[in-house]
Ligand binder design. Sequence first.
Ligand SMILES: NC(=O)c1ccc[n+]([C@@H]2O[C@H](COP(=O)([O-])OP(=O)(O)OC[C@H]3O[C@@H](n4cnc5c(N)ncnc54)[C@H](O)[C@@H]3O)[C@@H](O)[C@H]2O)c1
Length: 440
Amino acid sequence: MDTAPCRPVSRRYFLRTAGLAAGGAAFLTACSTRPRTPRLAAERIQLGVIGCGGMGNGNAEGFMRQADCRVLAACDVDQNHLADMVKKVNTQYSNQDCRGYHDFREILARTDLDAVMIATPDHWHGLIATAAARQKKDIYGEKPLARTIAEQQAIVRAVQQHQRIWQTGSWQRSSASFQKAAEIVRGGLIGRIKRVEVGLPSGPGNLTMRVPRPAETPPPELDFDFWLGPSAKVPYRSFQVHERWRWNYNTGGGQLLDWIGHHCDIAHWGMDCDRSGPLTVSGVGEFPPADAAWNTCFRYRIELQYPKNISMTIAGGHSDIRAGTKWIGTDGWVWVDRGGFEASNPDWRDFKDLPEELRKVHLYTSRDHHRNFLDCVKSRQPTITPVETAHHSAIPGHLGLIAMQTGRTLNWDSQRETLLGERDAAALLGRPFRSPWKLT
Ligand SMILES: NC(=O)c1ccc[n+]([C@@H]2O[C@H](COP(=O)([O-])OP(=O)(O)OC[C@H]3O[C@@H](n4cnc5c(N)ncnc54)[C@H](O)[C@@H]3O)[C@@H](O)[C@H]2O)c1
């Protein structure tokens, strides 16, 4: 077991969740049922949601729109977020079937659940996703795959070993304009790719905010120690927790890792790099002062060299790199973002989907990311963003951050997935876990 021993839920939290979950009784009843097997097209998929904040709510709503899915369990270490989610789900279904849990291991132990959606902060992805795979759950997991390359590797291994269906929250692949752009590039319509530009957000903006002293007291609804989990113990500060955890490396990866699983994911789709990556990575970034409230890089520029003499720049806060993804080839270019599509051939802009005569390649097609996951849970076929894809999409961001922090140009072996010529490669690729949490 790579997680801490299942500690009993405290009386305080048990009492608070008692109205939501039938506690141990529900847990034992669920464990006594046999695991479900792949199902008929008409059969319902029973889902648990872990992490009930911003994206957890968005994903839960997406799944509740699907007639063949039932959200039956929710988990959060913030009792207010949990109560809101349980109420939302039970209101949607007009029943009381959705139960609330404080500890994700209880949800994972329920054998009546086929799948889980994980939308916790990034520092929890590795532990929860590997535990979910071992408990034979199919997984809809948020991007980036995890907070380090080593944790991502552990997730990939667990998903493969336990033959789980995985969908990453890199939903841009389920949008027509991104697929059209990738098919134009993959089909060679812009010639040989020479250069790729990936524009991500900069910030966050408020760098003048300093850490106030003394620290605040966590609100009664939040189990802050559990929320921190494997991350270093730090005092509670409200501006470093919900939503804003992404602005500290203890729990998140700044704008770079928040967005790498979107625009670099699309860049890789067009480059046919879902199972490969860069050869070299260097980068420069600007970081907040040591006593600032947040410590993630707010302006950055990462230069990468890929095989076939393709160069890539990933940047945030540099006006020459436009937000979105741009591929530049020997015969033309394409740029795509959530709000727009432009290309050297203006005709391409007018197509929703590429006409058949221009489709030299047919990339995987999905028009609803949650639907695609459910279909694949039933068919046992890969989703549009399987775990290996998510892993390779995020690696350039992780390597870029290491390059910025060390000031070195990194040499990456994408087959062996290791840094070449670095004596402390393993330490650079992973991060310690706070006891008792462990990743095997
Ligand atoms: N796909 C997208 O477009 C998209 C957009 C936003 C966020 N995300 C991703 O979704 C994830 C969540 O981000 P968010 O913005 O919703 O964060 P958030 O802070 O709003 O929500 C996270 C929730 O997880 C809960 N949580 C923390 N530790 C937990 C644990 N051990 N067990 C159960 N619950 C726990 C928190 O209490 C909180 O309610 C991140 O990985 C983020 O990168 C994806």
